[in-house]
Design a protein around this ligand. Sequence first.
Ligand SMILES: Nc1ncnc2c1ncn2[C@@H]1O[C@H](COP(=O)(O)OP(=O)(O)O)[C@@H](O)[C@H]1O
Ligand code: SF4
Ligand SMILES: [Mg+2]
Length: 347
Amino acid sequence: MADRPVLLEALGVTKTFAGERGLFGLGPSKPPTPVLHGVDLVMDYGEVTGLIGESGSGKTTFGKCLLRIVEPDGGTIKLQGEDWRGVEPKALQAARAKYQMIYQNPYACLNPGLTISAHLRETLKVFQGITGTAAVDRVGEELGRFGMRDKAGSYPGELSGGEKRRVSVARTLLTKPSLVVADEPTSGLDASVKADVLDRMLDARDADTAYLFISHDLDVIRFVSDRILVMYRGRIVERMEKDRIDPELPHHPYTIRLFEAARADIPTEEESRAMAAAADLPIDTNVGCPYRGLCQIWNDRGRPEDDCASVRPELVSIHSMQRVACHVLAEQASVESPSASSQETSP
Ligand SMILES: Nc1ncnc2c1ncn2[C@@H]1O[C@H](COP(=O)(O)OP(=O)(O)O)[C@@H](O)[C@H]1O
Ligand code: SF4
Ligand SMILES: [Mg+2]
């Protein structure tokens, strides 16, 4: 096992959605939307990486780019040592048995006219060519792991929201994938159902299965993840190991805002006003730190023409288990601990 290649090595992944013409090709064309600006992710077997960020920050696009459900524009992606971007389109479907996605809205993926057993047997047939009694046995076993064996003959419309999620997770794990991108798999569920789905998901996985777990729910991410990536407008602004997921420790100002939003649920009126005011100010996010318009530190210091305004911050180590893209935190860390960057061991 020791000499097998790392499961996933994605470096500098970029994506810009092309601009579109208006309805019927008339009207002004929309400008292209740059969504990912060079995102890195290295994951090994059995690891759970949480990806958090506000709605629209590019989390889903990144997950889809990793699996080539959306084609990335740039960067390299290696899966089990193989150049994944070089795999021919016709070979992708078969290869995807090992790399699966749990979609944000599983209902859309369930055909109301098919029983749960039929859905799962179809997955086995398409990805692994397994049919007949072998398929029935595998499906029964998988549903059993999710406490759903008695629902094999039910139709999607007869299941609760939580049960539908469990079916969609069971279907994903059926092919024993090495990597699962789980996109908000518990959004919209109430707390007890959410906990049940998460528990079953983590219990049922193969010890080797790695997850990229996407959510805007910090509690969920904290519960499931070995490490967290924080994405802001298509860039990773912080990467921390589980032990650093603590609001009392130093964090990127954007991460702090996510921690605060998780506590308060919604921004206060004052915060909303401050954010709206900041959004109105003309700030060129192509230079300097893209977060500075909303950054408490930079705004508190009176918006100086310093590195925040002119130099794009890169992810640097401020602790052996934490990297941030922030000039101020990097400087504080190097003042407090000149050897911080030499403690870094992982990418
Ligand atoms: N197919 C698409 N075409 C054009 N723009 C898209 C497409 N998919 C996503 N986007 C845009 O990309 C940005 C990031 O979206 P998304 O990856 O869904 O973010 P998140 O999952 O973090 O909410 C948004 O501005 C969204 O409108
Ligand atoms: S680099 Fe400057 S503007 Fe950006 S988050 Fe850090 S302090 Fe704020
Ligand atoms: Mg999303």
